[in-house]
Design a protein around this ligand. Structure first.
Ligand code: THU
Length: 138
């Protein structure tokens, strides 16, 4: 699947973001190597630390259904008033990068977008260099 299509699905996923506290909504679309897309949104909580990011929602949904082989993820985020054009790219937080490190290879692609016409992509190695991963415990 191309990046534009995956970003469109991330924008769709973002509509379900539950964000009464930050009003910052994030959507993610995770593509498996089989071509399946798993969507995720951020889900906040009155006990703020219980909040789950959009990327981790997508990963945990996928892994909980036995899916472990991932090709790329598209992420969009911004204030609730922004719907399909965002003032910034939504880069994944450190915890989400670490979750990616658990399940993905260094060439896993992270696609971020301000709109479907303004898309950038990075590898996991670029955004999490020298990461700690499963092989360090072998
Ligand atoms: N958030 C994500 O969903 N993904 C990230 O990578 C960064 C932050 C969410 C968590 C919270 O609901 C809101 O953005 C503000 O931090």
């Amino acid at each position: 699947m191309d990046n534009v299509s995956l970003v469109k699905l991330a924008i769709e996923a973002r509509k379900n973001a539950y964000t009464p506290y930050s009003e910052y909504k994030v959507g993610a679309a995770l593509l498996t190597k089989d071509g399946e897309v798993i969507k995720g949104c951020n889900i906040e909580n009155a006990s703020y630390g219980a909040t789950n990011c959009a990327e981790r929602t997508a990963f945990f949904k996928a892994v909980s259904e036995g899916k472990h082989d991932f090709e790329k993820i598209a992420i969009v985020g911004g204030k609730a008033s922004e719907t399909d054009e965002f003032s910034d790219y939504a880069y994944p937080c450190g915890i989400c990068r670490q979750v990616m490190r658990e399940f993905c290879s260094s060439s896993f692609e992270i696609v971020v977008a301000k709109s479907i016409n303004d898309i950038k992509s990075f590898t996991l190695e670029e955004i999490l260099p020298n990461g700690f991963g499963p092989e360090n415990l072998e």
